[in-house]
Design a protein around this ligand. Sequence first.
Ligand code: GEK
Length: 243
Amino acid sequence: MSQETDNIYAQPHATLNDFQFDDQVANVFPDMIKRSVPGYSHIIGVIGILAEQYAQPNSRIYDLGCSLGAATVAMRHRIHAPGIKIIAVDSSPAMIERSANYLDNEDLPIAVETLCGDITELPLHNCSFAVLNFTLQFIPLEKRLQTLTNIFGGMLPGGALILSEKLSFQDRQQDALLTQHHHDFKRANGYSDLEISQKRQAIERVLLPETAEQHIERLCQAGFTQVSQWFQSFNFASFIAIK
Ligand code: GEK
């Protein structure tokens, strides 16, 4: 996978267009996400461990908004159950082209199918484990419940969904503090103030964070019976929801 450094916002941009998952972003994505999302590598590792636990023989696993397929790779290396197929889906052709190229050349027994498409319209079935790792935050608010209900509907009893998201907080002071510390994290990872502020402006109409309470309530509304937040670092969190 690409080793390129993310310097997309290092120089002043005359106009800041909305952030897009295009070729430029796909080329630097592994560096961008590791330096921007606290706990990202940890979450990817845990997704592998959980997939191993929840994968039911002869079922499917969905990596929804897979980007370059990091979660798929982690799961593929750990799952032992027979007859598993991983479906890795992303709406960005730039991401899917690169992930397909990498995943097709990995010589491992777990089958992987890559699909370029919109996860809000994806038919799911026979699913024992699904991953929304920092993807739901890019889905329009009005489509989020339907997307989760659809995942729940395609899931086998005992199946699990991992939902990781950037969070907002109802308490303004808490929101400001954790945002500030997230920026400290980015600065410590080599991003300048200009990069942080330009990225923030480019992404604010595209990435719509919600509170942990909103996520938990929606997961329950979609039908999941047991919902737990298992991870948080500053304003980034991950939930597990079980059918
Ligand atoms: C990882 N999960 O490395 N349908 C399909 N894909 C979508 C949609 C949609 N409607 N909307 C956005 N995406 C990955 C990281 S990145 C998170 C996920 C981030 C895709 C989008 O193209 C992008 O690749 C991904 O969701 C979000 O574990 O960049 O913060």
